[in-house]
Design a protein around this ligand. Structure first.
Ligand SMILES: Cc1cc2nc3c(=O)[nH]c(=O)nc-3n(C[C@H](O)[C@H](O)[C@H](O)COP(=O)(O)OP(=O)(O)OC[C@H]3O[C@@H](n4cnc5c(N)ncnc54)[C@H](O)[C@@H]3O)c2cc1C
Length: 390
């Protein structure tokens, strides 16, 4: 791995090799570019990754979940090239975690098993047109219980990755009025994508174009009582409990973007000549490249430390570390892609070359799954002991 200042265990080295081998066998820079240009999802690549066991990892239906260290390893590798597939894998890992933690035996058999094997793919429906950061208070999607126990869901979700082709959506809807806590009264539902009343419309996005983002409209969508995931009213709380993993996984894709962009920039700096020298010999380019390297490697240490600590058991230290890792990786990605564009001059603009894709894709992890501003708020309060930000 170019630039890495951190050693992997033999198991993680083996896992990295499996991801790289699968990427090498199925995809190519041209193919990644085509999916980005055409805004199409690479189903064949996803299926190959699933067949290699990279969705399920160490997880089984009955007890064991995938380790955080394994998840971030796969996601870093995908982020470095097949970024959109990496983003969709973040969603699958989230589904695995939610079903593992809150699923009943029947739900695990029906939904988790196929997810782990890759025969099913899921979308996660939380954000809404009027609310992302403050989605719990703003949530306008309602689920109301009919006399026979069936839930009828009406509302709209925004930016839902892969929603038109997913097998099912894990979706949050309000089931009782906003309470004082602001986060209770929301429930989580497992909804087969082909349930009548669901309409999806793709959104034309600047980045992550190899994974469709969709508007999802729900009109009288009937969901049986047994498809409530976790306790009624606790859905948003349950999602918050998985946020450490989400932050780590987002950080891993961002780290991959930083590494991929830096590697491209250094190759270019060595190969391109000006004034009879490789442009990489100019100090004006070397210093910002080293700054990007420093950010990338700092993010790597925070991320893998956070993942290892998470695997050993959660706690406030892990919460802070996962926040620091996410911030650090998002900044590494934006810094590396910015200097990458500068190093490549006009060639950075060429749509057949990957730098402009990294540059666009890097923006996602400045605001997802949680905005960098909110992470700063949380770190200020929890880590620095400052008053709650207003
Ligand atoms: C490519 C892509 C994929 C996505 N995938 C999914 C998905 O699969 N499922 C899903 O549910 N959602 C998804 N999202 C939505 C994403 O999670 C939201 O965009 C994100 O949570 C931010 O919400 P918002 O865009 O509504 O921004 P807003 O919440 O409107 O925030 C706007 C600005 O206000 C700032 N702000 C808000 N509150 C505070 C505060 N208290 N202090 C300081 N600053 C504050 C924010 O930091 C930000 O800078 C996706 C989005 C994109 C673009």
């Amino acid at each position: 791995m170019p630039f890495s200042t951190r050693g992997d265990s033999p198991a993680i080295t083996d896992l990295r090799t499996r991801v790289r081998r699968t990427l090498h066998a199925v995809t190519s820079p041209q193919r990644l570019n085509r999916h980005d240009e055409d805004e199409t999802y690479d189903f064949e690549l996803y299926e190959a990754l699933a067949a290699e066991g990279l969705v399920g990892l160490e997880a089984d239906v009955d007890g064991r979940g995938p380790s955080h260290t394994s998840q971030v390893t796969v996601l870093e590798e995908l982020g470095a090239g097949a970024t959109s597939i990496g983003v969709s894998m973040v969603v699958q890992y989230m589904g695995v975690e939610l079903l593992h933690r809150y699923g009943t035996g029947d739900q695990k058999a029906e939904w988790l098993g196929p997810l782990l094997s890759g025969s099913a793919r899921m979308s996660f429906g939380l954000s809404e047109p009027a609310g992302g950061t403050d989605v719990a208070r703003q949530m306008a999607t309602w689920a109301r219980r009919a006399p026979d126990g069936t839930w009828l869901i009406n509302g709209a979700k925004k930016w839902i990755g892969g929603a038109s082709t997913a097998t099912f959506i894990i979706l949050l809807a309000r089931t009782s009025a906003v309470e004082k806590s602001g986060i209770d009264g929301i429930s989580m539902f497992i909804i087969p994508r082909d349930t009548p009343g669901i309409t999806t419309t793709p959104i034309d996005t600047m980045g992550i174009r190899g994974l469709e983002q969709a508007d999802v409209i729900l009109e009288d969508v009937a969901v049986p009582a047994e498809n409530v995931l976790g306790d009624v009213g606790s859905g948003f709380r349950n999602v918050l409990a998985t946020l450490n993993g989400e932050r780590l996984n987002g950080a891993a894709v961002a780290l991959g973007i930083a590494r991929g962009a830096l590697s491209c920039a250094v190759d270019y700096a060595n190969g391109r000549h000006a004034f009879d020298k490789p442009i990489g010999s100019f100090q004006g380019l070397q210093h910002p490249l080293v700054d990007a390297l420093t950010r990338t490697e700092s993010a790597r240490h925070l991320l893998y430390n956070g993942a290892e600590m998470s695997d050993q058991g959660s706690g406030e230290a892990v919460e802070n570390l996962s926040g620091l890792a996410k911030l650090s990786a998002s900044e590494a990605a934006t810094t590396a892609t910015d200097i990458g564009m500068r190093v490549m001059g006009g060639w950075g603009f060429h749509r057949h070359l990957p730098m402009q894709r990294y540059f666009r894709d890097a923006r996602l992890y400045t605001f997802a799954p949680l905005t960098d501003e909110m992470i700063r708020n949380q770190l200020a309060q929890r880590h620095l002991g400052l008053p709650r930000s207003t």
